[in-house]
Design a protein around this ligand. Structure first.
Ligand code: URA
Length: 252
């Protein structure tokens, strides 16, 4: 199971990108005759293959072409939404760690092409989509599409009716325009669901800040049709179901 955009490439590069092994491990597998392409043993790394058409079998396991991968992470606080970071542990580090613990491991996953869709602050938890589908990410993040994102927000103080109305109708957060209309649902005295259709930097915190409240905890619970799986503990990752992918792609 695997995809890269370039369809024709060297077999050794393809096997490395499929996470079958390191360059030297792949070289070794080839040398030992453990790789076949369309039924023929291939021992040389520079043999060109078309991953979309050719049948590639490595150590008895067939790798079939698969263009896109979609995962849901319940992002925990403390990790940064990035693929690489000098200082902090990233959601991609966590993704790799979690996937290594699954039955299939990272094998077949084009890890270097996987990225998080959008950004959650280091201290924000909840739904994060990881994929290699750039077109879907672009559509989900496009400001013109207004994909709704719902957050569970806990605040330091209760929210007055006037302030709630401001949040819903649009509040000044120091941008050119006030925020777009949002939907506020009260869960408790100091807990709310806020659904916004924009993605400005620290937007939810700044919106509550603008009406005098401090956000104590923030968790994203949905993005478009995609809902955070209630059975997915913080820090865990699972692949999206076909239905989730189809619904997500068809709604935007
Ligand atoms: N709004 C914020 O303030 N932080 C997030 O992480 C997401 C939305």
């Amino acid at each position: 199971m695997f995809c890269v955009m370039i369809m024709i490439m060297r077999i050794d590069r393809l096997l490395c990108e499929m996470n079958i092994g390191t360059r030297s491990q792949v070289k070794d597998l080839l040398k030992k005759g453990l790789v076949t392409v369309n039924g023929r043993v291939v021992k040389k790394g520079d043999v060109k293959v078309d991953e979309k058409k050719d049948t590639i079998i490595c150590q008895g396991k067939e790798y079939t072409y698969r263009p896109f991968f979609y995962y849901m992470m319940n992002k925990p606080a403390g990790v940064v939404t990035a693929t690489k970071d000098e200082k902090d542990s990233t959601v991609l580090d966590l993704f790799c760690k979690q996937m290594k613990q699954t039955a299939g491991g990272l094998e077949g996953i084009p890890v270097k092409d996987i990225f998080p869709v959008g950004r959650l602050d280091k201290d924000t938890e909840g739904l994060l989509l990881l994929t290699n589908d750039g077109a879907l990410a672009h559509r989900l993040l496009s400001p013109g599409r207004h994909v709704p994102k719902k957050y569970d927000v806990r605040t330091d103080l209760p929210l007055g009716a006037k302030e709630a109305k401001l949040l819903e109708e649009g509040v000044e957060i120091g941008e050119k325009e006030p925020t777009r209309p949002a939907v506020l649902e009260r869960i408790g005295d100091r807990e709310f669901f806020l659904t916004i259709t924009e993605g400005k930097f620290h937007q939810v915190k700044r919106m509550f800040g603008a009406v005098g409240l401090k956000v104590l905890s923030l968790k994203r619970v949905s993005m478009g049709s995609l809902l955070l799986d209630k059975n997915l503990p913080p820090g865990q990752v699972r692949e999206l179901s076909k239905e989730e992918v189809l619904t997500l792609c068809s709604q935007i």
